[in-house]
Design a protein. Sequence first.
Length: 90
Amino acid sequence: VPFLAEPLIAQILPQHIGKLLVGRYPQIRGLKAVKALELSEMEQGRYADVLFNVICVACIPFIAPAYIHKTFLALSVSHIYIYCYDQVKV
């Protein structure tokens, strides 16, 4: 669920607030306006999350083998979402 809210919270909301600030205050021009509208940098922490998810999925057969299909489906969907989001952002 946090991955689904990330584009809104980390990208769209700050850029929208930057547009409102630049449009409202005429003294924000040039380099200040560019800095207000630029997106944040990509974090490498996402790849640690992906690795952690894979390790958790590898442990599922030992803990709850009945849910292995649902777990692999959730892993696949989340990794496809992360991949698509990274492709759009970069």
